[in-house]
Design a protein around this ligand. Structure first.
Ligand code: DQA
Length: 153
């Protein structure tokens, strides 16, 4: 049974540790711990196993992506503002060859122009934005749908 689970690492970048108190009019009042609880509960329902990492440091996120190679089936990445600047994070995702879903709580396309550019999207199988914390659950569903089941092995 355990080998059927889709192993997903959920990565959150800078300032997302402040969810709940950070600009709640944009990001909502859900804390990062709440988001993680929602993901854990959802993962059990859909046959996924989730783990989490948050850092405000670009290099630490890159190290976590590297460490996912061979241990995870997919990644969910909300890179925060690094989304719009980081070629290094994009390269890290390309280098591990894991399916990655890009998530943003807010609809970045409806916000300032500098948020319309995403380096992360170039390495993503898809982007979910504007659905708040629910977006992480949709991303779990997307990775479970992409993960070859035992019948395909
Ligand atoms: C964000 C959107 C980014 O533009 C911003 O810098 C963030 C959060 C989001 O989840 O909506 O930190 O990634």
């Amino acid at each position: 049974m355990a080998d059927k689970l889709t192993k997903i690492l959920i990565l959150n970048g800078p300032n997302l540790n402040l969810l709940g108190t950070r600009q709640p009019e944009i990001y909502g009042s859900t804390t990062l711990a709440d988001v993680e609880d929602m993901c854990r509960t959802h993962a059990v329902k859909v046959g996924a196993q989730v783990s989490f990492y948050q850092s405000n440091i670009e290099g630490a996120l890159i190290d976590a992506i590297h460490a996912a190679k061979g241990t995870q089936d997919g990644l969910i990445l909300n890179a925060g503002a690094y989304t719009h600047t980081s070629i290094a994070l994009m390269d890290a995702v390309f280098s591990v060859e894991l399916p990655m879903v890009e998530v943003h709580l807010s609809n970045v396309h409806a916000r300032e122009e500098f948020r319309h550019v995403s380096y992360i999207s170039k390495a993503a199988i898809g982007q979910l934005c504007g659905f708040g914390a629910q977006g992480y659950l949709f991303a779990i569903d997307a990775l479970v749908a992409c993960h070859p089941g035992p019948q395909a092995a």
